[in-house]
Design a binder for this molecule. Sequence first.
Ligand SMILES: Cc1cc2nc3c(=O)[nH]c(=O)nc-3n(C[C@H](O)[C@H](O)[C@H](O)COP(=O)(O)OP(=O)(O)OC[C@H]3O[C@@H](n4cnc5c(N)ncnc54)[C@H](O)[C@@H]3O)c2cc1C
Length: 260
Amino acid sequence: MSANSSCAAENTEKTMSHWPQLTCTCQVLGVKLLGASVYEVRLALPELGEELGFHAGQYLELVLEDGKAVPYSIASAPKKDEIELHILNQEGGLSEKVLELFNSQPAVQVRMAMGECILYPDHLDAREELLFVAAATGFGQMKAMIEHALDEGVKNPIHLYWGVRAQEQFYLKYLAESWANEHPQVHFVPVVSEELENWEGRSGFVHTAVIEDFDSLDNVRAYVCGSPQMVYAVEDAFLEHGLKEGRIFSDVFAYAPRSA
Ligand SMILES: Cc1cc2nc3c(=O)[nH]c(=O)nc-3n(C[C@H](O)[C@H](O)[C@H](O)COP(=O)(O)OP(=O)(O)OC[C@H]3O[C@@H](n4cnc5c(N)ncnc54)[C@H](O)[C@@H]3O)c2cc1C
């Protein structure tokens, strides 16, 4: 725990599987460029024992000075005293302002934790296959869940499909490759959609690669992170390819419902 990190409860009602939402002052431990304009931000997590925590797959909100809250997936597994975020810097955009804040302030205000796209290792059926589909920085959310699954000794097959437009955007490819090298149940498939020069791997839409590789998705539990357009295209294609209703999880379903 850091002396500069602290929390105030906003909603102290703890549900069966969730911690109360808290607004915390978190010390900024470091900001570094991972590659392709994606920055890793590390924050110290205040120690509040049973009152503070998050599940693998959840996100937090950075609270700006004007009160605006900007959501970021937590890219690290729970049970550590620090949190990692992966932030894409879009020049001139809000993300640039956010990164300036992390670079200039010793501590920031965050509200956490949110989201229902969660991996609960205890809830898995031993026979089901875990499928993680990420677009660009969506890798961060998948990283949290995969690292948690490996930490908890999950033996289910784990398939990670990571889609980007150009291969330079695989900002932590070596990490995904190391999971696959060190854990026989992990399979990593990088997929490039647009800039294919000097790329000899899989190409096209990331979900098309999944459909090509699986005869049916009837034994799969799928976690998807990307734009609403991408996530709904994936959902439609997967359901048509045998995925059972209720076995696909994404934050998009809550913050950008189809009916809106
Ligand atoms: C659940 C969830 C998880 C997310 N996780 C991640 C993640 O892990 N990594 C990641 O990089 N992104 C993530 N995002 C996106 C992130 O929340 C921001 O939207 C993104 O960083 C903004 O980047 P931008 O520069 O492209 O935005 P912009 O296109 O510049 O702006 C996005 C929005 O912010 C407003 N805005 C622009 N400038 C300002 C300003 N100066 N002050 C106030 N408002 C402004 C705009 O009007 C617009 O509504 C996530 C989003 C969601 C919903």
